[in-house]
Structure formats: structure tokens, C-alpha cells
Write a protein that binds this ligand. Structure first.
Ligand code: NAD
Length: 489
């Protein structure tokens, strides 16, 4: 039976809704209006202990369930998500302020991810290998790690849940998901759909709360065998340190400062369209957003004029007529405004935007005007620090080599894109750019759920999720040798 979301979004532990042991709650604000949207359990270490204990109790039976049957049960969860997709998308839209259409698109992406991993229950391939010994068989099989601790960001909340939960569970792990404090309802609703679909109690537990209070105890918990984290590089680095101390496996999907190159031979209309989408869609709150637009000198002035004209036509708000909505909370908005002010103080010029929108439709929401900046030094803070908002800087490059060098002049290395009609430039760029994802003639975002996503340098620790590569995050490999005795034949 479908139940309505409780007024205070609870944890789900062993299949039961429960408040934080302390009784405390946190306020979740509506980013479009600044009003309190709901409350959520403000969990701490005792709640994490209870969730991990529930996951541990459920783990042996879940691991003993054949992977094919695990996949079929996850398929039921996906069907539940599809049946309740309008409800899911409505919660995503309400919690993030993004338009209903964008929320539906994201929900569709989460469902596609779930379908992919449900099917993976029928594969979960190991390898059969050759042996150097007569009559000896050698193979590898995949086994679960145990309890997975999953921590995610709020930017695409239902997709982020799906990208972690489905691969973790199909591999036979049970999971504790620490929901983002900015999107508690989305995570709860997926958990509710999962139990309604018949996922055994304790297989997926959800803990609400703030990172340092509820996320950190999960990372430090000795019974959590694998931690998978999507969020900022600063928090990821800290999590890597904690996991290193107890030799727990950790997968880190971190930030980006992604370059998009516009060459002198590019289709400039197409490039404008993709710069807008990469820099501003989802209010720039994508790890894969483009925040550094590197333009060849020969077309710089023309491209800048075209981009400014197109940016001036964008509308901002929470409806399907708007290009993007608010940023997720007031703190993020203030960080962005302060970073823009510092960039100006250091000599950069704001070409458009740079301020909070304060008209009647935006007054109380967390809206930032689409912001384009030029003249920033490539080494300046605004060029190097991820802002996770609708802000991009323009840079000039004399030609391909200088543009590529600028693209690589970052501590991050998540995604990158080039706009060119020149095959050699496109090919060289994809080979030499320091990024986990390289794109030709489109945007810096748009990874598909069956493909491995992740970054180099400070954008991650080398793991890749989702795709079949995520199975390596959530599985132990076991070598099995079987020896036959020729005398017994
Ligand atoms: P954040 O690092 O502040 O928070 C992410 C999650 O970590 C939240 O659930 C938060 O509660 C939790 N957290 C915070 N402090 C913690 C702690 N001490 N211990 C354990 N958990 C803690 O990031 P954010 O600002 O919410 O999200 C934006 C960041 O996420 C950006 O850097 C963005 O690039 C990144 N991101 C990366 C990907 C990717 O796949 N590479 C995808 C989406 C977002």
C-alpha cells in the first residue's frame, strides 16, 4: 500500500520508519521560496549504529539469494519507481526547485540506471582462466563486500540514489544510504518504493541528517566494508583519510572545473547552445558542468557576443518555461556571490549576471542570474575553485596547444569538451585532455548509466561508477582453483 510521506521525513531502518534517537529534526527549506518545506530526522551516531546493525543482520540472507533473484527483486523496485514516477518527480522538483520537466527527465534516468543493474543480476561475470597445471581449473567469482555506506550530493537527488543503491545491492551487499540534508524526501521515497516492492527489511536502510553528524559515523563504522561517496573534493579527501585508517574500500566521485573549448572552425550556434546547457542547466549544479569556456582568439569576440545575446534570453524560475531554477540553499548562493565579488576585486569583469535575482518571482528563493565572467587569471580562485552554480569564465587562446594547456591547468579532471569540425583536433583533444570523460561537439555533461563515469586528479580516486565498472567497487573478487585427479577418472 502506498503511504504518504510523513510530515517529518524519517529514517528507514530494517524496513521501519523511525525518528532520530535524539528526537531532533532539521529544517529543509524550499529553494524556490525560502519557506520551510519539511523537516527531516537529524540523525547521529546511534541512528547510524542501528542502521548498520540492521544491514548486517540482513546481509547473509541477501548475499545467499542468487544474484538472478536479487536482480529480479530490483526489477520490481524499478517497476515501482516507474509506477510512482510522477510522485518521485514531484518530490524532486519540490526539494530542488528544478522544473517538473527536468525532474521527470532525471527520474527517467534513475529508472534506466535501475533497469541496467537489475539485468546485471543475470550476469555478474567473473572470468575463467587458463592454468599452468594439468587438470587444474582457474576462475574468479564476484562476492559482496558486506555492508555498503553510501553518501550522496543533492544536485540530481533521485539519479544519485539510483547510481549507488542499485549496483551496491545487485552485488549482494546491504546498504545504508546517508541522504543529502537538502533532499531528504527523495531518498525516503525511493526507500519506501523499495520496501513496497518486497525488498527484504534491512537490505536498504536510509539515514537522514547532516554530513558531520550522520555521514561521518557511517564512514568510520567498523562494520561498513565499502564507502561510496559523491560530493565535494574537500569532504572526499577527509573520507579517504578515515577509510585508509581502517583499510575500508572507498570510491570517490568528486568535483570538477570542467573546460569547454570553442575552436575557430566550430559550429558557433551549436557551441552556444551547448555552453548554455553545460554552464547553466540544473543551475550549474552538476559535477560535470562547464565553468571554463576556452575560446580561440579568431572567434572570441563573435562568440562572446552570440553567447551574451543567448544568455540574455534565458529565464530563471521553477517552471517548465524556465531554463533553470534556484541553487539548492542559501549557503551555496552566498558562497557564489562572495567568490564573484573576490574575482572582481582581483580584476575579472562580470559580463552579465553576478547578482542574486530579487524581482517579485525570485525575491525569497535562492536564485542567481546566469553569470559570465572574463579577464580572470587562469590561476585565480574563480578559475580554479568549483562553485557549483550558474557561473562560467571565458578565456582566450591563440590556438589548439594553448587551449589544451589551459584546459589541463586545473587540479580537477572530471569532464571536458571540444567544439570543432577538425577531426585531428577532436581526436588529439580526447587523447590528451586530462579528464575521465572527453566529449566532441556537445556538452561536458550527459553520461549514460551503462558507462563508467569518474575523474582523474582531484576529481576522484580512480574508481568508476556506474556501468559494469561499478561492480568492481561493490564486489570482492575471489580466485577459485579446482584440481582434478586424473587417477580418479
Ligand atoms: P558535500 O561534499 O558538502 O556533501 C555531499 C554529501 O556528503 C552530503 O550528503 C553531505 O551531508 C555529506 N557530508 C558532508 N560532510 C560530511 C562528512 N564530514 N562526513 C561524511 N559525509 C559528509 O557536497 P555538496 O556541496 O552537497 O555537493 C556538491 C559537490 O558534489 C560538488 O563538488 C560536485 O562536483 C560533487 N558531485 C560530484 C559528482 C560526481 O559524480 N563526480 C556528482 C554530483 C556532485
Amino acid at each position: 500500500m502506498t503511504r504518504p510521506m510523513p510530515e517529518t521525513v524519517p529514517n528507514i531502518v530494517a524496513g521501519q520508519d523511525c525518528p532520530a534517537a535524539s528526537g531532533q529534526t532539521l529544517d529543509k527549506l524550499d529553494p524556490a521560496s525560502g519557506e520551510v518545506l519539511c523537516r527531516a530526522a537529524r540523525s547521529g551516531a546511534p541512528d547510524v549504529d542501528a542502521a548498520v546493525a540492521a544491514a548486517r543482520r540482513a546481509q547473509a540472507a541477501w548475499a545467499a539469494t542468487p544474484a538472478v533473484q536479487r536482480g529480479m527483486l530490483l526489477h520490481e523496485v524499478v517497476l515501482g519507481m516507474r509506477r510512482r514516477s510522477a510522485e518521485l518527480a514531484a518530490v524532486v522538483a519540490r526539494e530542488t526547485g528544478k522544473s517538473p520537466r527536468d525532474a521527470q527527465g532525471e527520474t527517467g534516468g534513475a529508472i534506466a540506471c535501475g533497469l541496467f543493474y537489475a539485468g546485471e543480476g543475470q550476469r555478474l561475470f567473473g572470468r575463467t582462466c587458463q592454468s599452468g597445471v594439468p587438470g587444474k581449473y582457474a576462475m574468479t567469482v564476484r562476492q559482496p563486500v558486506g555492508v555498503a555506506g553510501l553518501i550522496i550530493a543533492a544536485n540530481t537527488p533521485v539519479a544519485n540514489v539510483a547510481w549507488k543503491v542499485f549496483p551496491a545491492l545487485v552485488c549482494g551487499n546491504t546498504a545504508v544510504l546517508k541522504a543529502p540534508e537538502d533532499t531528504p524526501g527523495t531518498a525516503w521515497l525511493v526507500g519506501d518504493i523499495a520496501r513496497e516492492a518486497g525488498l527484504p527489511d534491512g537490505v536498504l536502510n536510509i539515514v537522514q541528517g547532516y554530513g558531520p553528524e550522520a555521514g561521518q559515523p557511517l564512514v568510520e563504522h567498523p562494520d561498513v566494508g565499502v564507502v561510496s561517496f559523491t560530493g565535494s573534493t574537500a569532504v572526499g579527501r577527509m573520507i579517504a583519510g578515515k577509510c585508509a585508517q581502517r583499510l575500508a574500500r572507498v570510491s570517490l566521485e568528486l568535483g570538477g572545473k570542467n573546460p569547454l573549448l570553442v575552436c575557430d572552425d566550430a559550429d558557433l550556434d551549436n557551441a552556444v547552445r551547448w555552453v548554455l546547457a553545460s554552464a547553466f542547466s540544473n543551475a550549474g549544479q552538476r559535477c560535470a558542468s562547464a565553468s571554463r569556456i576556452i575560446i580561440f582568439d579568431a572567434v572570441y569576440d563573435r562568440f562572446r557576443a552570440m553567447l551574451l545575446e543567448a544568455t540574455a534570453r534565458l529565464t530563471v524560475g521553477p517552471t517548465d518555461d524556465d531554463y533553470y531554477g534556484p541553487v539548492i540553499n542559501a549557503r551555496q548562493l552566498e558562497n557564489m556571490l562572495a567568490a564573484i565579488a573576490r574575482a572582481e576585486a582581483q580584476g575579472a569583469r562580470v559580463l552579465t549576471g553576478g547578482q542574486r535575482l530579487t524581482g517579485p518571482a525570485h525575491a525569497r528563493g535562492f536564485y542567481l542570474a546566469p553569470t559570465l565572467i572574463e579577464g580572470a587569471d587562469p590561476g585565480a580562485e574563480i578559475s580554479q575553485k568549483e562553485l557549483f552554480g550558474p557561473i562560467a569564465c571565458l578565456y582566450r587562446a591563440a590556438g589548439f596547444e594553448q587551449a589544451l594547456a589551459l584546459a589541463n591547468a586545473s587540479d580537477y579532471g572530471l569532464t571536458a569538451c571540444i567544439h570543432t569540425r577538425n577531426f585531428s583536433r577532436a581526436t588529439e583533444f580526447t587523447r590528451r585532455v586530462e579528464a575521465g570523460v572527453a566529449v566532441v561537439n556537445a556538452g561536458t555533461f550527459g553520461s549514460e548509466p551503462h558507462m563508467p563515469f569518474g575523474g582523474v586528479k582531484q576529481s576522484g580516486n580512480g574508481s568508476r561508477e556506474p556501468g559494469t565498472e561499478a561492480l568492481d567497487v561493490y564486489c570482492e573478487l575471489k580466485d577459485i582453483y579446482v584440481n582434478t585427479d586424473q587417477a580418479d577418472l
